[in-house]
Design a protein around this ligand. Structure first.
Ligand SMILES: C[S@@+](CC[C@H](N)C(=O)[O-])C[C@H]1O[C@@H](n2cnc3c(N)ncnc32)[C@H](O)[C@@H]1O
Length: 260
């Protein structure tokens, strides 16, 4: 991995339970992946930044694109390589290992906000996009509109004392993603919101799935898996249905931009 970036911090956290995340949790983003994948042209070159276990790349490849993906987590990239033929690299989004103007479409789904500097990561995305090509950014909407984000608050007391939420632009607020895109020299073509509900069939699956989120890694290290699991299950009670399954309502905002 080139350079010292948040990738070195996030890689191990998101990679620790990569297989379970791919199996149980990652598909929450499927609605936005499918929406964007519908725009992919056969023969185009596509890069997904923070590609996780490669699900979006798989959809893009099915439409005939040549796909590339980058993620800080080695274990995530290993899964992506297994599920779809493509150029998958372990690396840092602040310093992309591709030449200028390589791709027709560059995407980042809940990814750019993890960079130490959102603007630097977006500038890199722009750099590797061909003139006339597209950059798509997508992140959670406002915190209060996302049930799974409620759980993060419950886990806070289990985080190590020195833990603090990382400073990041308030990307969930209306207009913020658009402003960041414009600052990075991109032209905003369209924006939208999409529901990304997530369900778990039972408590055991719920806990296994939630523990895979990199944001709980430090809490697990500090307070132990059992304590974090218990807290997550308790905080999920409002979302439990009479049959014992759980449903969380969530939404993403997405911004489609062009590199002029
Ligand atoms: C919230 S996950 C989203 C994964 C995937 N895009 C999705 O929609 O499910 C964020 C991903 O960004 C990766 N990541 C975090 N910081 C990174 C960085 N600085 N460079 C590259 N990848 C990073 C993590 O390893 C993780 O896989």
């Amino acid at each position: 991995m080139r350079g010292s970036t948040t990738a070195e911090v996030h890689g191990p956290r998101w990679g620790a339970r990569a297989e379970a995340r791919a199996e149980l949790y990652a598909h929450m983003s499927m609605p936005v992946w499918e929406l964007v994948a519908r725009t992919v042209r056969a023969g185009s070159a596509v890069l997904d930044i923070g590609c996780g276990s490669g699900e979006f790349c798989r959809l893009a490849a099915a439409r005939g694109a040549a796909v590339s993906g980058l993620d800080a987590a080695e274990a995530m990239v290993a899964i992506a390589r297994r599920v779809v033929p493509g150029d998958f690299r372990v690396g840092a989004m602040e310093s992309l290992p591709w030449e200028d103007e390589t791709f027709d479409l560059v995407t980042g789904f809940n990814a750019f906000h993890m960079a130490a500097d959102f603007g630097v990561a977006l500038a890199e995305a722009r750099r590797v996009t061909r003139v006339g090509g597209t950059v798509v950014l997508s992140n959670w909407t406002e915190v209060h509109r996302n049930d799974v984000l409620v759980l993060g608050k419950a886990v806070r007391p289990l985080q190590p004392p020195e833990w603090a939420p990382r400073p990041s632009p308030p990307v969930g607020e209306p207009g913020v993603l658009e402003s960041l895109a414009v600052e990075a020299g991109l032209t905003v073509d369209s924006t939208g919101e999409i529901d990304v509900p997530w369900e778990a069939p039972d408590r055991r699956t719920l806990v296994r799935a939630l523990l895979t989120a990199g944001s709980y890694y430090l809490a697990i290290e500090h307070s132990g898996e059992a304590a974090v699991a218990e807290t997550l299950a308790e905080a999920s009670e409002p979302f439990r249905r009479p049959d014992g399954s759980y449903r969380f309502e969530n939404s993403y905002r997405y911004v489609v931009t062009t590199r002029r």
